[in-house]
Design a protein around this ligand. Sequence first.
Ligand code: DMJ
Length: 616
Amino acid sequence: MIPTLSPGASSFPHHRATLRLSEKFILLLILSAFITLCFGAFFFLPDNSKHKRFDLGLEDVLIPHIDTPKEGKHIEKHLRDKIRADHERALQEAKEKLRKSREELKAEIQTEKNKVMEDLKKKDVGPKPLPPVPMPKVVGVSDGEPPEPDVKEKRDKIREMMKHAWDSYRQYGWGHNELKPIAKKGHSTNIFGSSQLGATIVDAVDTLYIMGLHEEFKDGQEWIEQNLDFSVNAEVSVFEVNIRFIGGLLAAYYLSGQEVFKLKAVQLAEKLLPAFNTPTGIPWAMVNLKSGVGRNWGWASAGSSILAEFGTLHMEFVHLTYLTGNPAYYQKVMHIRKLLAKMDRPNGLYPNYLNPRTGRWGQHHTSVGGLGDSFYEYLLKAWLMSDKTDTEARKTYDDAIEAIERHLVRKSNGGLTFIGEWKNGHLERKMGHLACFAGGMFALGADGSPDDKAGHYLQLGAEIAHTCHESYDRTVLKLGPEAFKFDSGLEAVAVRQNEKYYILRPEVIETYWYMWRFTHDPKYRQWGWEAVQAIDKYCRVSGGFSGVKDVYSSNPTYDDVQQSFFLAETLKYLYLLFSSDDLLPLENWVFNTEAHPLPVLHLGNITLPGSEPAQR
Ligand code: DMJ
């Protein structure tokens, strides 16, 4: 029976049905016209093979066979067949889609959406859990309280200075990289890019732990847990981030056993890996943490990477492989070592600059101070950290030190032993504050040196310690200048105005501490105490500690920076100098170049993953 309906009521559903049909038809028409157009266009496209190739180098990767005429025809046919098949499949799919109701389509879209969300969630579960690794035997994380009351008193003073530095940063610079103690606000330098990564917190937590400043340590740990995020668009120094952040986090992990430090270290290390994507595998100096794009400092000899930067990754990277089971870290640093071993060295010396594109040395400038320093340190420490099994590292260190002694170490007219700088075949009789760390290094490397030269190297360490102490003692403030000369009647004093500053650096105190551990000569504690008093008198301000611009002026101006290494290194070495030797014994711990202690890995017969022939 045909129902009788009013015109308005009857026409509406009918009209909708008609509309849907015509809609479908038009859509189908447009779709097939578009596909036919694309299909036709393919035959009118110019023949790529006859065109000049791009220079981008991508063509070979994307369309590898396009210039072979015979193969070209075959591929053209293959492509045409493929397009035809795609065309038919698209038409079929379009027809099927059009057959579906709105609800069905909606449900389909929703299912797709859910699937994408699920996939995203799976990807976003955070870092993969790390494989369980036996904690190396952690020995000597003790109180280290000295038995002598006067020594204890001095140690308490150093602890109080640490608290002042930390509390000031906590109050005025929390979360910033460093502190401006005069302006009482946050501070940062280009080594951290535009990041706000709390460098002082990460650099200082292990010192807090060692000093038994538990509340402060907890506070630092909490910040790291909740705020330390490396997915930031910032271009950072690979070397600085490695020694301060990865070194600091690993040390905090080994000392406290708190997993969060290990996880953060590994997350950061992942972000540094793209820096190694260079033609030679020698990493860029800087890397953008977000994009992974790397580059070198504009000032470094013709686009070179710096020896002390790419040569100061070994300790941390070996620990990363140990803790994660990921061979990549170990392989990256071993590759650097192998590459250096193959290169010619002028006079047996390592120049400070190496081009990561060509693999050639830049300027022939060699230094045990800035730009070279910790490369030598890490050769020795790689051997120590491996429980003295990495004999290749030891041999490389011995050879390098022998060449340095021959060409760079001299005695001044006044009898002071110093380490100069080698510049294009000429010795500059100038020593940097940074080079003063070498006194400690020579002493640390004495045991195990070839030809029974242990006594010689311990003596060399003592001579360097003495010279560096002189550089402090010959100033008005009793704090050392950035660089000092041994020329034209000058002995251990700075000449140029821009070499007279002291920025709270640790190297001289570091050497006092190593010399103390190896000799127990009381003069090292005495020299250390002189430094404590001078720092407290001239660098302490109400908002923390500041560097000074002229150590020869009785009325110096401040540079208004509390460097993170003051908390990581200077105060830590001072504290250890006035502690007993059972706190972090040197047989069990190796300090990275930022004074972060890492345990010796007694691996026995176990080999590190990736320790088979190194690859990139
Ligand atoms: C520290 O960051 C490290 O010791 C580095 O190796 C060079 N020197 C600074 C502090 O002076």
